[in-house]
Write a protein that binds this ligand. Sequence first.
Ligand SMILES: Nc1nc2c(ncn2[C@@H]2O[C@H](COP(=O)(O)OP(=O)(O)OP(=O)(O)O)[C@@H](O)[C@H]2O)c(=O)[nH]1
Ligand SMILES: [Mg+2]
Length: 298
Amino acid sequence: MENPKKFKSGYVSIIGEPNVGKSTLLNAMMGEKLAIVTPKPQTTRNQITGIVTTEVYQIIFVDTPGVLKPRYRLHNEMVKAAYRAIRDADVVIYMIDVQQPTPLLEESILDKIQTARQKTILAINKIDRISSLALLPIITEYSEKFPFTEILPISAKTKEGVSKLLDLIVAYLPEGPRYFPEDQISDKPERFFIAETIREKLFINAQQEIPYASSVVVEEFKERSNGITYIRALIYAERESQKRILIGERGKMIKRIGRLARVEIEQFLNSRVFLDLHVSVKADWRRDPRKLKDMGYG
Ligand SMILES: Nc1nc2c(ncn2[C@@H]2O[C@H](COP(=O)(O)OP(=O)(O)OP(=O)(O)O)[C@@H](O)[C@H]2O)c(=O)[nH]1
Ligand SMILES: [Mg+2]
C-alpha cells in the first residue's frame, strides 16, 4: 500500500514596502476580503492572519504593515510587526511593485530575511501594469541580487499567477499539524475587522494627514433581540481641528464614512447593523506607547 502523504502546515508571511499589494494578495488567497486595501500607503498597521485549510494542508497567511522608515512610535510598532512576521514564518513572500523595483528599504528587509534563513519567494506584483518585455530585466536583476527560493510575477488584483504562487507555497510548506479548526479563517476577533472596515472608509475619504492621525476602536458590539447588531465605534483623531474635519459640515463626513462602513459590515456579519459612530480626540496617540497599546498596536 502507498504511504498517505503527510499533512503540511505553516506560517506564510507577506512582507514588503507600503502599497505594493500585500493585503490584496491576502484577500486573493482567502477568496474573500479580510484585510483592508486602499490606494494610500501605510494602510495596514497590524499583523493580519488569514487561515486556509484543505484536506492536505493548512496555511496561516500573515499580512503585515509595509516596512518604512519610522517617523513616530506607531511606525516603530508597524515595522516591528513586519519583522516579527519574518522571524515567525515558515515561508516568506517578499513582494515588490513591478512599477517601482528596488524600493528604498529593500536592503534592510532582505537582510532580515537572510538572517531568518527562511524559504523566500519573490512575488513581483502588479504585472497587469507593464509589458512582459519590461518584466524580464527585473527578474534578471532580482535573481542576481538575492538567493530567492523562487521568483514569480503575479497580479494580486487580477489574480494572474496567484494559484501558481499557492502551489509553490504548498510545495515548500513543512509537514505539520492542523493548528486551527478547519472552519476558522483568522485569529483576529470580529471587532478588529469591524474597526478596520471603518478605518478603510476613513482612509479613502479623508485627505492629507488625517487618515494617518486617525484610529478606530469598537467600544460595544452586541446583537439585539430585534435581530439588529448594535455597534458603537469611536474614531480617534489627534487634535480638535482633525475631529472637526472628520465630522464635517453638518456631520457630512462622518455620515458618509459610517454609511459606507455599515454596508460592508452587514455583509461581513450577515446581519443588519446599527453603526453608532463618534469622533473623539486622543492627543498625540501615535507617539504615546501607552495610548498605542490601548488601541491595539504593539
Ligand atoms: N494594478 C494593480 N494594482 C494593485 C495590485 N495589487 C494591489 N494593487 C493596488 O495597490 C494599492 C495598494 O494595495 P494594498 O493591498 O493595500 O497594498 P499593501 O502592500 O497592503 O499596502 P500597506 O498596507 O500600505 O503596506 C491598492 O490600490 C490596490 O488596489 C495589482 O496586482 N495590480
Ligand atoms: Mg496592507
